[in-house]
Design a binder for this molecule. Structure first.
Ligand code: DGL
Length: 265
């Protein structure tokens, strides 16, 4: 790996990957971050598997060569649970994926575990394998919701979160679990609201900090620069409520505006 100041690509369908970006750049502020979101095909949780695979492989390969990326983070559980093997075959740089934190949940749960994710993630064989491996004798509640993903997109654009709506969505898991896995990168953006809607006795677990530690372990031996890195953000189509979104992105340190990632797909 070449490197003075590493270039990291963070990829998601929407703003969810920003929860992962925040964890990583707290530990590694000296890295250049290129955030790319495929809002043209959002929500990934309802996209046919073959289309998702084709888009992610094409967009990530294109971004890697355009920006001379040193490490990729697929900051999306829905994509990571199917795309990682193929992506690793196409690229010879480290690819870090985000998958539901079933293993750490298994270590702390006393009563029961819920996995809150997209409708696609809860049905993926990869997720089922994680469950069989780490929770062989424990039942798990699976809750797939695209509306919850939309609510996180709305919150990042400054729209209020309706706690009653959140409670209705979470009703199926209320009272029967003491640990909830946030298996979609959009959900840590709603962590406080989800905690309020469930109960303070429910522990919420996500993969963000583990991913950040993994990125640090891969990059810190080779980063020389101590200077603050650049942060740029691109989307595959113009985002809705762009002004409100840009204001938040500015607070997160991104160079504005969010630009269009033009490519033939
Ligand atoms: N943020 C994504 C995830 O972690 C997916 C959201 C979506 O596009 O459905 O699964």
């Amino acid at each position: 790996m070449r490197v003075e100041q590493a270039n990291v690509l963070i990829f998601d369908s929407g703003v969810g990957g920003l929860s992962v970006y925040q964890e990583i750049c707290t530990l590694l502020p000296q890295v250049n971050y290129f955030y790319l979101f495929d809002n043209e095909a959002y929500p990934y949780g309802e996209l046919a598997q073959e289309i998702l695979l084709g888009r992610v492989i094409h967009l990530v390969q294109e971004a890697v060569s355009r920006w001379q990326i040193d490490l990729v983070v697929i900051a999306c559980n829905t994509a990571s649970t199917i795309v990682l093997p193929q992506l690793r075959e196409c690229l010879d740089i480290p690819i870090v994926g985000v998958v539901p934190a079933i293993k750490p949940a298994a270590l702390v749960a006393q009563k029961g575990i819920a996995l809150i994710a997209t409708p696609a993630t809860i049905t993926r064989p990869y997720t089922q394998d994680l469950i069989e491996q780490f929770l062989p004798n424990v039942s798990i509640e699976l809750l797939g919701s695209t509306r919850l993903v939309d609510i996180a997109e709305e919150k990042l654009r400054g729209l209020p979160v309706n706690l009653n709506e959140l409670k209705t969505i979470l009703t199926p898991i209320m009272g029967c679990v003491d640990v909830a896995v946030l298996g979609c990168t959009h959900f840590p953006l709603l962590k406080q609201e989800i905690a309020d809607a469930l109960s303070e006795t429910v522990t919420l677990i996500d993969s963000g900090s583990a991913i950040a530690r993994r990125v640090v372990s891969l990059l810190s031996p080779i980063i020389k620069s101590a200077q603050l890195g650049e942060r740029v953000i691109h989307s595959t189509m113009p985002p809705w409520e762009a002004d409100a979104l840009n204001r938040q992105l500015n607070l997160l340190g991104f160079k504005l505006p969010c630009a269009l990632f033009k490519t033939q797909i």
